[in-house]
Design a binder for this molecule. Structure first.
Ligand code: NAP
Ligand code: MG
Length: 398
């Protein structure tokens, strides 16, 4: 059998712990036997971030911008405990935050649906993808306690020094106040990333805010989305047979619950934070959630939504057999390979990505799955297998 040939390399961002082990297993068992895999490799493992003073993260993000398609393994986000464990010279920033800042992208979290693991909401038949705006609002706010008798004001000083002033509240008793902001540039990038991703997936895009109450702030989000859609995307959406749909956030929530899924739900920062946990929980499992970072310029970075599965890694270091679920990481690879195949016009690569996903889910539907899914699955003939057995079963189908 001749291997599938690639043209442009995929940016490969290796990572940490259990997912790093699974990364190599997936490549050896499912990818390199079938594809003449071309990647530009960056080691984002914490050790190498330390020895390059995190330069490797920036380089990998620039490569993603240049080549357009990246796949990332889960990485440790450093904290005080990791500084000790890895003898770090610094608490390096989260690689995901660095990459997101370089690409100016939006993260789309997408559940993987498999037979036997039913969503808690029975009408949800297709994935609901959440797009969370990742800048501003309460996440970049200033807040304060206000003592009784004080007046809180909103003051804006223009470049020429003139000021506009509004009273937030005259406090008779003790209280609290908060000031938050967003920027037109960030909201516009968010909108473009959402429209691009909807076109890429061929799915409708929903967006909701509280514009009836927040007549300037939330309303500006609504207007920017509408303006960009009319000017840049309306025709392309019509051609693709998909819709952009705006509604009040309350109505969006009600419609989402009653829906059968199969759309992208764009959310402001706070709504996305809260609703993505709700949607992920309804679909059942963190290990069956992928995540795509889409930039307004059209670059894509694929990864699993879960972390490095640390508890499993420590057990593995003590000699345990790997039993973590590789599905989300496989789907990160298939997403990147499919995208590369589409961009470079390699139908065999697109076809391989589709078959890889189908084989991964068919093995589970036929009863072989890792323990996390075994605990959730309603399939009668289910059997819990280790990571390697599961991967070999997929390879046999491929
Ligand atoms: P985690 O790695 O997602 O794991 C939390 C728990 O969820 C695991 O202990 C495991 O439960 C279960 N789980 C998650 N993925 C699984 C899989 N593929 N197969 C089986 N079980 C799975 O989250 P964490 O333990 O909070 O974080 C670990 C490290 O990952 C941290 O250093 C964090 O900074 C990093 N992190 C990275 C990313 C990223 O790179 N995108 C995202 C989140 C966290 P059981 O132990 O009960 O089996
Ligand atoms: Mg949250």
């Amino acid at each position: 059998m001749s291997k599938i040939q690639m043209k442009t390399p995929i940016v490969e961002m290796d990572g940490d712990e259990m997912t790093r082990i699974m990364w190599a297993m997936i490549k050896d068992t499912l990818l390199t036997p079938f594809i003449d895999l071309k990647t530009e490799y960056y080691d984002l493992g914490l050790k190498n971030r330390e020895s390059t003073a995190d330069q490797v993260t920036y380089d990998s993000a620039e490569a993603a911008k240049r080549l357009g398609v990246a796949v990332k393994c889960a990485t440790i986000t450093a904290n005080a405990q990791r500084v000790q464990e890895y003898q770090l010279s610094k608490v390096w920033p989260s690689p995901n935050a660095t990459i997101r800042a370089v690409l100016d992208g939006t993260v789309f979290r997408r559940p993987i649906i498999v037979k036997g693991v039913s969503p808690y909401i029975p009408t949800w038949k297709k994935p609901i993808t959440i797009a969370r705006h990742a800048y501003g609002d309460i996440y970049k706010s200033v807040e304060t306690k206000v003592p009784a008798g004080s007046k809180a004001e909103l003051v804006v000083t223009a470049p020429d020094g003139t000021q506009s002033r509004q009273t937030v509240f005259d406090f008779k008793g003790d209280g609290i106040a908060l000031g938050m902001h967003n920027t037109e540039a960030s909201i516009s990038s968010f909108a473009r990333s959402c429209f691009n991703y909807a076109l890429d997936q061929g799915e409708d895009l929903w967006f909701g805010t509280k514009d009836t109450i927040s007549k300037t702030y939330d309303h500006r989000f609504k207007d920017i989305f509408a303006e960009i859609f009319e000017k840049e995307y309306k025709d392309r959406f019509e051609k693709a047979g998909i819709e952009y749909f705006y509604t009040l956030i309350d109505d969006a929530v009600a419609r989402v619950v009653r829906s059968e899924g199969g759309f992208i739900w764009a959310c402001k920062n706070y709504d996305g934070d809260v609703m993505s946990d709700m949607v992920a929980t309804v679909f059942g499992s963190l290990s069956m959630m992928t995540s795509v970072l889409a930039s307004p310029s059209g670059a894509f970075e694929y990864e699993a939504a879960h972390g490095t599965v640390t508890r499993h890694y420590y057990r593995y270091l003590e000699g345990g057999t790997p039993v973590a679920n590789p599905v989300a990481t496989i789907f990160a690879w298939s997403g990147a390979l499919r995208k590369r195949g589409e961009l470079d016009d390699i139908p065999e690569l697109v076809d391989f990505a589709n078959r890889l996903e189908k084989a991964s889910l068919d093995v589970i539907a036929d009863g072989q799955m890792t323990k996390d899914l075994y605990l959730l699955s309603s399939i009668p003939n289910k059997q819990a297998v280790d990571t390697e057995t599961y991967l070999r079963a997929i390879a046999a189908r491929l």
